[in-house]
Design a protein around this ligand. Structure first.
Ligand code: BGC
Length: 393
């Protein structure tokens, strides 16, 4: 996962922007899958037991802070289906969520991230995936990945399920075709994402396509490029109504209001993430995509003034937890959610590690040292996110 840094290479510079305790129940409709509009409204949020286990592992490192650490366990995080093997998580988590729904007498919403595209993370190295153009990745994505997930979703028709589809992918097609791997994967990305939408679209499943973030696609030219790509992919997938909306700021650090973009990228008309949501909605309407809801990742955007380069995306030092996951926090926003599990690394800082990306290394001013590979637990970073949480944890 990266956040657009190699966009620098392009003329149209897309600056890099590249259960334990649960939150209190909210009032809402009776149990059931149907969520007429926003799937988060009136629902409890399913908490990933693997995330809870990782947080618990941190307690022996900082035992005096056990109570504060445990408070972080109560919040939902994205469950990343980042490999074929991990598709088995879908049934495990949906079975558990269904049991909670039955005992609570209230819908429980579960959020997964679809993340195994062939030639994944084409403009960076830290999150390259298992599927490639040369190992039959395009057909394997359908048969070994999407079809397996779809079967498990179909077996859980009485639940609300949210899927965020392929972070960073179409944004890379919008701005990073100067990178050979992205140019070579463009057609595969477009067709595979259209297939993902077609395969996973079901009445009880709300799909959100990843739309990068303000610091990557905020410029008008970039917004127009991504809007046209979304329109084309959605047309191939069966129409603009196949998705509920878009996810922004996934794994990134943009503030909801104010923050670093005005300082680091003064030409960007989207100085923060909520401005991006507003302006992107308008650009989408210009190409015929209307009435969409947004999920904004607030796992790590609590603090600003932390980046020296707008293109920093890897384990940015000084970051803090942002707004707590919640439904309908404002206009057009279906939910704030901790999509990137806070404490998961973005990439290794060791230059000899597989998938090393220089943006994560000691030579990169904004990257926290001592990081493990992407997706692995990074306890010191988790503790920093808690220390800097805004609002405080
Ligand atoms: C990694 C995935 C991981 C996800 C969430 C991505 O950067 O590539 O393996 O599941 O982050 O931490």
């Amino acid at each position: 996962m990266r956040a657009g840094f190699l966009a620098l290479a392009l003329a149209a510079w897309a600056p890099a922007c590249s259960g334990a305790t649960r939150p209190p129940p909210v009032s809402g409709p009776p149990p059931g899958a149907s969520a007429p509009d926003n799937p988060f409204v009136g629902a409890r949020f399913y908490v990933d037991p693997d995330y809870v286990a990782k947080v618990e592992l941190t307690i022996p490192i900082a035992p005096s802070r056990a109570a504060q650490i445990r408070r972080a366990e109560a919040y939902p995080t994205g469950i990343w289906l980042d490999s074929i093997a991990n598709t088995a998580l879908v049934s495990r988590d949906l079975d558990a969520a269904l049991a909670q729904q039955k005992s609570a007498g209230q819908p429980v919403v579960t959020l997964f991230v679809i993340y195994d595209l062939p030639e994944r993370d084409c403009s960076a190295k830290a999150s390259s995936g298992e599927l490639t153009l040369t190992n039959g990745g395009e057909s394997r994505y359908q048969t070994e990945y999407l079809d397996r997930i779809a079967a498990q979703l179909r077996a859980h028709p009485a639940q609300r399920i949210v899927l965020i589809v392929e972070p960073d992918s179409l944004a890379n097609i919008a701005t990073n075709l100067g990178v050979a791997k992205c140019a070579g994967a463009e057609a595969t990305y477009r067709h595979s994402i259209a297939r993902a939408i077609r395969t996973l679209s079901m009445p009880h499943v709300s799909l959100y396509l990843d739309a990068a973030h303000a610091g990557w696609l905020g410029w008008q030219g970039n917004r127009l490029k991504i809007a046209k790509i979304f329109r084309d992919v959605l047309t191939e997938a069966g129409g603009v109504d196949t998705i509920r909306g878009f996810a922004t700021n996934v794994s990134n650090y943009d503030s909801l209001r104010g923050g670093d973009i005005a300082r680091l990228e003064p030409s960007d008309p989207c100085a923060d993430e909520l401005t991006y949501v507003e302006k992107l909605s308008a650009t989408l309407a210009d190409v015929g995509i209307t009435g969409k809801g947004f999920i904004v990742d607030t796992a790590r955007n609590g603090r600003s003034g932390i980046k020296t380069k707008s293109g920093s995306w890897c384990n940015v030092k000084g970051a803090g937890l942002g707004e707590r996951p919640q439904a309908s926090p404002g206009p057009r926003v279906d939910a704030y959610w901790w999509v990137k599990p806070p404490g998961d690394s973005d990439g290794a800082s060791d230059p000899t590690a597989a998938g090393y990306d220089e943006t994560c290394g000691a030579g990169w001013p904004d990257a926290a040292p001592g990081a493990p590979s992407a997706g692995r637990w990074f306890p010191s970073y988790f503790l920093q996110l808690i220390d800097n949480a805004t609002p405080p944890l």
